[in-house]
Design a protein around this ligand. Structure first.
Ligand code: NAP
Ligand code: HSE
Length: 436
């Protein structure tokens, strides 16, 4: 059988999983690729580090040059995270005539245009299934299987680390910092987990999906995003009391006046598929005008699920399939999309608002008056009796609104927080309705 020589740049969580599949399951991969995928080299930054895998002699190197200078290596999995040196490595690999496979969504969301232009100019390819949704084949589905459709909306849980943390807090009352540490130990988190928990990682993935689904070339930093800082353990409990869970939801929704794009902690009614996604699992609902509703669910982070997507891309690249789809997709090309972005403040949602208020006469009417002034209708209110001496003066007040626009909800929220009887700490979250 013919051989395609491959290499790995970056032997961390994902790179190690890719090496395992290549070395332990070579026969299976060869059957699927119609050729042997032969691991020729793997580079790391620190050669002295103890690794959780035993590689055959001569494979591990600390020098990327050994891959760049080897004309026999055709396909390289670039599995270094972050922007630099990842961007430079990808450019060097393309210049050296290699086809690149990557799981690095940060570098694609930030430098996609430059990287894809360069790949096209050089007649090379970039495959990136693992960059969104880990093991879920969402890129292939959106870019190939839905091609008969106008996609109308995508809604998803796109960050495994934050979903793991929320699940641990929700189900076990776990402390945020402890849950984050577990997520890091399990290999889900980025080297710097800030972008996992503040909504940036999900926004980078959403920018990639929106580009594929709607042709919009959106800069991920322009996507409105909030993360786990926007709510507290108490809000998970109040949401549960109301029949909801809170999830970090990335939304792309085509409206008549533009594409709605945001990442935000959102209340979803219990029992709905996205509400029941636990741990490091990701999920995406896609609505297409012909196909209707689809739901994708699977492990969105972690060594082997991510390696599964990387190796599938390596097989497709070795077999010549990536070349066909890459040229047809015209990703990050200068082809303009007719779809513009809808300003975040014009988006519509129901809202969950939580305030700490003085337990005194007249406070509630002040708050409902402000909401009414901004045209916001209240669906329900919960105020519990104080349970401790500490709570005697300030009690939590939870309000669920009917649909309102974001600008009105923000202005009303600000105005309420300025009331003397209301403390500065407040929470305002979107609520996803079954019809949206
Ligand atoms: P990781 O565990 O931090 O591994 C990164 C690897 O890159 C390490 O082996 C490191 O070498 C190597 N590296 C870093 N800087 C380098 C340099 N300058 N030169 C050569 N090698 C260098 O990261 P990971 O979790 O495997 O993630 C890799 C990529 O996959 C990231 O873009 C991430 O966003 C993406 N991803 C990860 C997951 C996941 O669940 N972990 C899922 C989907 C996508 P040393 O080992 O010598 O330090
Ligand atoms: N850190 C990312 C996450 C890895 O937790 O989802 C998968 O992209």
């Amino acid at each position: 059988m013919e051989k395609t020589r491959v290499a790995i740049v970056g032997m961390g969580t994902v790179g190690t999983g890719v090496a395992r599949l290549l070395l332990d399951h070579g026969d299976r991969l060869a059957r699927h690729a119609g050729r042997v995928l032969w691991l020729e080299k793997a580079t790391v930054r620190d050669l002295s580090k103890v690794r959780n895998i035993r590689l055959p002699d001569g494979i591990l190197t600390g020098d990327l040059q050994t891959i760049l200078a080897n004309p026999e290596i055709e396909v390289v999995a670039m599995l270094v995270g972050g922007l630099e040196p990842a961007r430079t490595y990808m450019l060097q690999l393309l210049e050296a005539g290699k086809d690149v496979v990557t799981a690095n969504k940060a570098v694609l969301a930030e430098h996609g245009e430059e990287l894809f232009d360069r790949a096209r100019a050089l007649g090379r390819t970039i495959a990136f299934e693992a960059s969104v949704g880990g093991g879920i084949p969402i890129i292939a589905n959106i870019s190939q299987c839905f091609s008969a459709n106008q996609i109308l909306s995508l809604r998803g849980i796109l960050n495994g680390t934050s979903n793991y943390i929320i699940s641990q807090m929700d189900e076990q009352g776990a402390d945020y910092a402890v849950a984050l540490k577990h997520a890091q130990e399990l290999g889900y988190a980025e080297a710097d987990p800030t972008m996992d928990v503040d909504g940036s990682d999900a926004a980078q993935k959403l920018a990639i999906l929106a580009h594929l689904a709607f042709g919009v070339r959106v800069k991920w930093r322009e996507i409105y995003r909030r993360g786990l800082e926007a709510f507290q353990l108490a809000d998970l409990k109040y949401a549960a009391e109301l029949g909801y869970r809170i999830k970090l939801i990335a939304t792309a929704h085509l409206q008549e006046n533009g594409l709605e794009l945001h990442v935000s902690p959102t209340l979803i009614r219990r029992g709905r598929p996205l509400a029941e996604v636990r741990g490091a699992y990701n999920a995406v609902t896609v609505v297409g005008d012909a196909v209707g509703d689809m739901f994708f669910h699977g492990q969105g982070a972690g060594q082997m699920p991510t390696a599964s997507a990387v190796v599938a891309d390596m097989i497709d690249t070795a077999a010549g399939r990536t070349d066909i789809t890459f040229r047809r997709l015209e990703l990050w090309s200068d082809r303009e999309s007719k779809i513009g972005l809808l300003p975040y403040e014009q988006t519509l949602s129901r809202y969950y608002m939580r305030f700490f208020v003085a337990d005194e006469p007249g406070v509630l009417s002040q708050i409902t008056g402000i909401l009414g002034k901004h045209g916001i209708s209240i669906a329900s209110i919960i105020q519990h009796e104080p349970t401790s001496q500490l709570q005697l003066r300030q009690v939590p007040l939870v309000i669920m609104t009917h649909e309102a626009n974001e600008k009105a909800a923000s202005l009303a929220n600000e105005e309420i927080r300025k009331l003397e009887s209301v403390s500065q700490e407040s929470v305002k979250l979107r609520v996803m309705e079954a019809s949206r």
